[in-house]
Structure formats: C-alpha cells, structure tokens
Write a protein that binds this ligand. Structure first.
Ligand code: NAP
Length: 300
C-alpha cells in the first residue's frame, strides 16, 4: 500500500506512474456495451458482473465506465461487481457526457454516478468528449469543485486534441492527468473522434506527464483475429495471440495504459497474457512503421 493507502498492488500486474507516487495498472477493464449500449439492457447482467469481478480479481483493478454506458447501467453493474473488494484496491474512472458540461450539470452528473457506483469518490473523472457549445472555463471550474470536495481524486479528459487540452488546463487549478483516446495498431492518426493521435497528442502527453488511456485497443476485436500478416507472424514467433501482441505494443509505449473490454472470461485471461514480457525493439519498430494501417478496415 502506498503512503495514502491507495492502489494496493495485485501481484503480477504492471503499473505506470500517473502522478507523484500514484500508480495505475497498465491493463484495466472497459465497460462500453456492458449493461447495454446507449440504453440499459439487463439481459446479460450476471455475465457482465462476473466479467468485471473476474478482471479485478486477476489484477485489472482499473475499471473504466461512464454515465453514458447503458444510460448509467454499466455503473450499476460495476457497483455490484466491486462489493467484495476494498475500495483502496480499485482505480475507478467514470465520465461526464458532453451534453452535461455546464457547471451544475457536471456536479449533478458526478453525484449521480457516485450514487450508482455506491462509492464516495472516483479516482478519475473525465470529460467524455469536448462540447464547443459550453465554455470550457465553466466545465473546468466544476471539475476543480469535484476535486476540492473529494468527489474525485483526479481529473482528465477524453477525445481532446492538444489545443483542447491546453485550453482546458489553462482554466483548471488541478492538473489534467489523463487523456483517454482511441489508439490501437489500426487507428494511429485518424480516430473516430480524434486526429493526430500518434503524431501530436501522444508526444504532447508524454512530454507533459499526462497519461494516455488507449481505448479500443483491439479495434473492437478486429486485432484479435488472424489475417494481418505481420501480426500473425509475431504471434507465432512469440507464442502469443494476436490480441496479446496488439496490447503489448500499446503498453510498451511510455505513458500509455489501456482498457480492453471483454465479457468472455477466456478473453480477459488472454488479455492478461499481454503483460509481463516485451516485444523486441526491432519488432516494436516494425509494428510502428510496417503495420498495414491503410489496408486495415473495421466497422465502428
Ligand atoms: P475493444 O476493447 O477494442 O474491443 C472489445 C471487443 O473485443 C469485445 O467484443 C470483446 O469481446 C473483444 N475481445 C476482447 N478481448 C478479446 C480477445 N482476447 N480475443 C478476441 N476478442 C476479444 O473496444 P471497446 O470496448 O470499444 O474499447 C475498450 C473500452 O474503452 C470500452 O469498453 C470503454 O470503456 C472505453 N471506450 C471509451 C471511449 C471514449 O470515448 N472515451 C470510446 C470507446 C471505448 P467480448 O466482450 O465478447 O469478450
């Protein structure tokens, strides 16, 4: 346990430093489509809850959720799943929707999330996506309020460009410690919501001590399938799966952690096999430079 009593380390997990002595697991569990898409779907509640619980037990103690997911139901399921764990063992991230970025809306949304999660604070509260209709100054004042009132330990953003991070930071007393963005072998500079990820955003975050939380690490499962020559070759040579190579490539980069979503227990276990070893420098370079980004296609 660190001096604040937070983030007890689970044996076998790798961590990266988020800020002064506070660490985050390189591998967390994503919850989009757990408990529904944009609406709640309770059909698979038991299976989803078990998936989150298993992931945490196996060391994926960073849980990524959002008020948007299942219209709050993902947070309900996270709450069920974490009951048997000590709060300090977990790193819980949730997000405020881009339509809730006015001051009072941010504060109310955070309180609603905490109520669903049945906890008194989250570890990281993110602005899910920028909203040009609401002045960022107003939103950042509310984010500061949440830190000052201990409703969140840290604040961050998601789907923000370098310019948007800078502007947000200029209006906040607390440091923006993370930017959650789409980043995987197939999606480098041209994400669904962000451009220039690899050429601009990641170098900026690395330079400024901002953690990059890579979402869609498996391109929604596309990178877990055979069929991309270089990935197949490396999977065979390292005796790993395609998914493990794709995740290892991400977490081998400075200041990058990730949050694959998996409901199937065999997927969770497989993804854990992405840590505890490293691709060689030469293979990292080949994945950086020779991966067939342009040829790849996947449905969003
Ligand atoms: P993802 O993690 O790239 O892919 C999830 C899909 O891959 C699921 O269908 C899962 O199947 C499958 N999968 C996982 N591990 C696998 C394995 N080892 N082998 C084969 N298939 C595997 O995509 P994502 O869920 O979109 O992104 C991850 C998380 O990032 C989300 O859950 C969410 O928390 C976050 N996110 C944030 C934003 C944002 O705007 N901030 C946007 C998108 C996502 P099963 O579930 O059947 O196991």
């Amino acid at each position: 346990m660190n001096k604040n009593g937070f983030n007890v380390e689970v044996k076998g997990m790798e961590f990266k430093e988020l800020t002064d002595g506070v660490k985050i697991p390189v591998l967390g569990i994503g919850t989009w489509k757990i408990g529904g898409g944009l609406r709640a779907d309770r059909t698979h509640d038991k299976e989803c809850m078990l998936a989150i619980k298993t992931a945490v037990k196996l060391g994926m103690t960073h849980i990524d959720t959002a008020e948007l997911y299942g219209n709050g139901h993902a947070e309900d399921l996270v709450s069920e799943a974490i009951q048997e764990f000590r709060r300090e063992q977990l790193f819980i991230t949730t997000k405020v929707k881009s339509e809730n970025l006015k001051y009072n809306d941010v504060v109310s949304a955070a309180k609603r999330s905490l109520k669903r999660l049945r906890i008194s604070y989250v570890d990281l509260y993110l602005i899910h996506a920028p909203n040009p209709e609401v002045p960022i100054e107003e939103t950042m004042k509310a984010m500061d309020y949440l830190v000052e009132n201990k409703l969140t330990r840290f604040i961050g953003v998601s789907n923000f460009s370098v310019e948007q991070i800078n502007e947000a930071q200029n209006h906040a007393k607390n440091k923006i410690i993370a930017n959650q963005i789409e980043y995987n072998l197939l999606t480098r500079d041209q994400g669904q919501f962000t451009n220039e990820v690899e050429s601009k955003i990641i170098p900026y975050c690395q330079k400024n001590g901002i953690m990059v939380i890579a979402y869609r690490p498996l391109a929604k499962g596309e990178l877990a399938k055979p069929g991309i020559k270089l990935l197949d070759e490396l999977a065979e040579r390292y005796c790993r799966t395609q998914a493990q190579i794709a995740i290892n490539w991400l977490i081998s980069k400075p200041n990058v952690v990730t949050i694959p979503k998996a409901v199937r227990i065999e997927h969770i276990k497989e993804n854990l096999g992405a840590i505890g070893w490293r691709l060689s420098e030469e293979d990292m370079r080949r994945l950086d430079c020779d991966f067939p980004v342009k040829d790849a296609f996947y449905n969003l």
